[in-house]
Design a protein around this ligand. Sequence first.
Ligand SMILES: Nc1ncnc2c1ncn2[C@@H]1O[C@H](COP(=O)(O)OP(=O)(O)OP(=O)(O)O)[C@@H](O)[C@H]1O
Ligand SMILES: [Mg+2]
Length: 243
Amino acid sequence: MITISNLHKSFGAQQVLRGVSLEVAKGETFVILGRSGSGKSVLLKCLVGLLIPEEGSIKIADVEIVGLPHAKLDEIRKRIGYVFQHAALYDSMTVEENLAFHLERHLRLPKDERDRIIREKLSFVGMEAALHKYPAELSGGMQKRVGLARALVLTPDLVLYDEPTTGLDPITTSEIDELITRLKKQTGVTSMSITHDLQSAARTADTIAVLHEGEIVARGAFEQLQSNPHPFVQQYFSSAKVS
Ligand SMILES: Nc1ncnc2c1ncn2[C@@H]1O[C@H](COP(=O)(O)OP(=O)(O)OP(=O)(O)O)[C@@H](O)[C@H]1O
Ligand SMILES: [Mg+2]
């Protein structure tokens, strides 16, 4: 579903991605772990064409994203749900309007069909009751759920999560992780999630890749990474141990 090869992205003299390569299979939940500032969000933004890498290739369902003209990029973006690091809802719109806005940007639908989709997605994340609320009236965890519902309105083949649980309490975190897992089970969607939360990674990931100093230094299932000899991976996993 995703093939990234030798991706380089710099800002001025700062090299953020220094040759990232990875593959995500269809139906897989792929999690990228890395420290704050390691370039996780930059990587996701490259995937949807919000940032343009200097070098390398990104293929989504065999379509090269790098250098793709805007109109074609928009076609691809329709099939990708993006859950932003900060829920990024429009403050002046209700929950319903936030979802409707995103849906109507890409798809013309009769009103009853549109309403049906919005209710279905909100119900999936357990937020139907918030239909007429404004984002400011919701807690952070509720906003994240609405952000996820919005990412799902076009029934994407691929969902990208930018730190879906950061800043949430452990119970809300596990509820969001459960949603990610349920979505995969019910729809077979492919997803890429970036996080610095090891426990979330353990709960949701089929495969984990560790991003460090602009490169993927290790990849594998959670149990495999626990015994990975790379010093940074060791440090990362041991720093999160509760003892
Ligand atoms: N548009 C930009 N212009 C200049 N520098 C940027 C830009 N976007 C990101 N950076 C820099 O790239 C580096 C990686 O940023 P990024 O947002 O990808 O980190 P991250 O891994 O997502 O961190 P966090 O876990 O805190 O969200 C940072 O040093 C950041 O300052
Ligand atoms: Mg980030």
